[in-house]
Structures are given as C-alpha cells and as structure tokens.
Design a protein around this ligand. Structure first.
Ligand SMILES: [Fe+2]
Length: 286
C-alpha cells in the first residue's frame, strides 16, 4: 500500500512540511514541521504545527515519528512541541553531533549538558529503516548542505530536505559549517538513482504570483534541474555553487533557528528572571 502524503506550506519561511501516513494502520510521521516565529517581537506560536496535527486527527492517524531532514537554519523546528503534544519520537541524522559541537562552541553553550545527542530520541544513519505501520521509512544520508542532512525514502516518494530545490531554483547552499559542494553533488546523484519517482522538497521560492511546488518528478529534476542534471560535471557544479554561496546573505532566522534546532526543537533555558532569550554573536567591523 502507498503512503498517504499531505503537504503544508509555511509561507513566512517558504518551508514545506509533510504528514506521511500508513493508511492501513494510521501510523504517521511528520517531516520538518516549523514553529511560527516573529524575530522582531520574539513571539512564538504553534498554529502551523497544530494544523498538521489537526490533519492527522481528521484522518484518525497516530503520530509515531517526528523527523528532521537536518538542523535547519531558516526556520525553528516544532519537534519538541509535537513530541510534548503526541509522545511521538524525534529523529535526525547522526551528523547533528557535529553541528551541535560547532554551534555549542560558537554560541558559548558548552555548559548546557543536555545540548547533545540526547536532545533527540534517535540519531539516524545511512541505511536505517524506521517502521511506519506496514510501511518503512528508509534513511539515506545526503550530506553536502550540512553534515547531518538526510533524505527519507517511503515507497516511490523521497523527501530530500535541502539538497535539491525546484528545477528552477537548483540546489541548496553549501557554505554552512560542515557543508561541502562535492558531497552535495554526490548526494543529489544518489537521490536521482533511488527507487523513487516522486521528490518532495523542503522549500520552494516561487516567483511572484506562482504557487509553491512541493512535489517534482525525479525524472524532471534529472533532466532539467538548473544546477545538477545530466551533462553537468561535478567540477562545474562545485565552481558554480562556491561562487554563488560567496554572495549569499545569512538566512534571516539563522541564529534563532540554530538555537532551537540543535536542542531538538526546545527553547533556550530560562535565565534568572524567568525569561528565555536568543543569542546573537556580534561581528564588529570598522
Ligand atoms: Fe537547510
């Protein structure tokens, strides 16, 4: 039986989230669910994540897995809120330990003992399989954008995280710590070769007036993706990717996102006055 896949677009961060269900048993997984966050006011909300749970509830589905394709730098993960709400298990790629180490040091969070692998219920490795009722979720390590990047294979569908974007947008940046354009090229070709025909994107940035796209046939990407398609060499891709990355600004929610996402979607602990804060490393220039 095919999985039932429902997509949810988070317009303020251009993020796609997915509810994946085994229709036979009602077991479900959520992939890359965001919190709502306004960086100017510091207001956080759960309405977008709650909408995913409501959709699951309408179908009589029971959430078993809360999956991340990687520690995102452009939105805050709702994983911890979903776990609290449902008791489902959180999981991310084992490379998260490298990401946690980098940003624990960069943000001066070394004395926070729980900021390690135990921020997630499960760390995943290439080749792992997660049961979903009568279906299985295959784990495919697809590093390059970040060292913890994974894709999830469910039947004929693959959820690619930030590896490939739409055919017009191409690929994800590779200039974050642990990013590697060579690795991304290899990962994208690995995805193109998987036994999947449908690719589900983690983001889309449509032109004004156009609808965002969640699903792209793998064959269309292989033939037309503007960055990685038949006939483009690894060296040509890497040169293009590096040049492009050199001109990209940091994501708008970079620092708040990382501070939540390396903690498995939890907020920073409260300070003595009971308030929680995000840190912003400063770079003073003349
Ligand atoms: Fe990302």
């Amino acid at each position: 039986m095919q999985a039932k896949i429902t997509s949810f677009f988070h317009a303020s961060t251009s993020t796609w989230s997915y509810l994946v269900q085994d229709p036979a048993t009602g077991e479900a997984a959520v992939i890359d669910a965001p919190l709502d966050f306004d960086p100017a006011s510091g207001v956080l909300g759960h309405a977008s994540a709650a909408a995913i749970l409501q959709a699951a509830g309408r179908d009589g589905a029971r959430l078993r897995w809360i999956l991340e394709t990687h520690a995102h730098a452009d939105h805050l993960s709702a994983a911890a809120w979903l776990k609290e709400s449902t008791g489902a298990q959180t999981a991310i790629g084992a490379g998260i330990e490298q990401v946690q180490a980098t940003f624990r040091q960069r943000l001066g969070l070394e004395d926070e003992p729980e900021l390690d692998r135990h921020a997630f219920d499960r760390l995943l490795h290439d080749g792992d399989e997660l049961p979903l009722g009568g279906l299985a979720i295959g784990v495919v390590a697809t590093p390059g954008h970040t060292p913890d990047s994974l894709s999830y294979l469910v039947g004929d569908a693959v959820f690619v995280g930030d590896t490939v974007f739409s055919p017009q947008a191409g690929t994800a940046r590779c200039d974050f710590p642990g990013g590697d354009a060579h690795a991304l090229f290899q990962s994208v070709w690995r995805i193109y070769g998987l036994p999947a025909t449908r690719m589900f994107l983690a983001h889309d940035y449509p032109a004004d007036g156009a609808e965002p796209r969640a699903e792209v046939p793998v064959a269309e990407q292989r033939a037309t993706n503007t960055h990685i398609r038949e006939g483009i060499s690894e060296d040509a891709f890497v040169a293009m990717r590096r040049q492009r990355d050199a001109g990209l600004p940091p994501p708008r929610l970079l620092w708040p996102s990382l501070q939540v996402n390396i903690r498995g979607g939890r907020l920073p602990p409260p300070e003595a006055n009971g308030e929680r804060y995000f840190k912003l490393p400063l770079q003073v220039r003349d």
